[in-house]
Design a protein around this ligand. Structure first.
Ligand SMILES: Nc1ncnc2c1ncn2[C@@H]1O[C@H](COP(=O)(O)OP(=O)(O)OP(=O)(O)O)[C@@H](O)[C@H]1O
Length: 215
């Protein structure tokens, strides 16, 4: 369980959100500049809230500046919008970076059909393939939670749809809290167990889906 109760002064408003994520997919949905990425950054440890608490399972990651667990000790996977692959490393080297479970990484490469790309560099692969590499790299660290910042936005419709199915399959197997940021309502409805509507730094509304059993 991931619990977030944070406040942070931003340029135009104050971010002030409180929510929990069980072993489910929670979507942050809202207009550009509403604070979605900042929420992910605070959870990952890239940004620091002004006040508040963040707890993942039994570990307090942040508590009003008294406790600030550094990024590399949070055990949280992050897939960035532009995937942030290391350009000078091959696909396999990218995946192996921070990897805890080689067997799992290789299994996922096979399952997502990118085994044959091991020795290629990011510049030599497609957007959809980059997205899969970034996802496998994140999962292979065996994270306790996964943060996805618009990972499908650069993909064509067919590849996006395939990636959605892959994410749902991955989540069926690794039941961890996942937060997904998206601008696309159809994507939010398809993937989210819950959709949190973020506006001007606060959660305005929540929509819950009942299509998938939660653990
Ligand atoms: N470290 C910071 N200090 C002050 N203001 C910030 C900081 N980081 C972001 N902001 C501002 O906070 C607001 C929210 O930005 P954020 O990137 O979180 O929005 P977003 O909802 O993810 O937007 P998008 O959908 O366009 O990615 C923006 O107005 C941004 O300029």
């Amino acid at each position: 369980m991931l619990t977030v109760d944070i406040q942070k002064k931003l340029s135009h408003f104050e971010l002030n959100v409180k929510f929990s994520v069980a072993n489910e997919i929670v979507v942050l949905f809202g207009p550009s500049g509403s604070g979605k990425t900042t929420i992910l950054h605070c959870i990952a440890g890239i940004s620091k809230p002004t006040t508040g608490t963040i707890q993942l399972n039994n570990t307090v990651l942040f508590d009003n500046k008294k406790i600030v667990v550094p990024i590399h000790k949070r055990n949280i996977g992050y897939v960035f919008q532009d995937y942030a692959l290391f350009p000078h490393m091959t696909v396999w080297k990218n995946i192996a970076y921070g990897m805890k479970n080689e067997r799992l990484a290789k299994e996922l490469m096979k399952e997502l059909q990118i085994e044959q790309l091991s020795e290629k560099y990011p510049v030599e692969i497609s957007g959809g393939e980059k997205q899969r590499v970034a996802m496998i790299r994140a999962i292979a660290t065996e994270p306790d939670a996964l943060l996805l910042d618009e990972p499908f936005s650069a993909l064509d419709n067919q590849t996006r749809s395939k990636s959605h199915e892959e994410l749902l399959r991955i989540h069926e197997r690794w039941r961890i809290p996942i937060i997904l940021v998206t601008h696309q309502y159809e994507e939010a409805k398809k993937l989210g167990d819950r959709i949190l509507y973020v506006q001007d730094g606060t959660i305005r509304d929540e929509e819950r889906k009942i299509h998938r059993p939660m653990t």
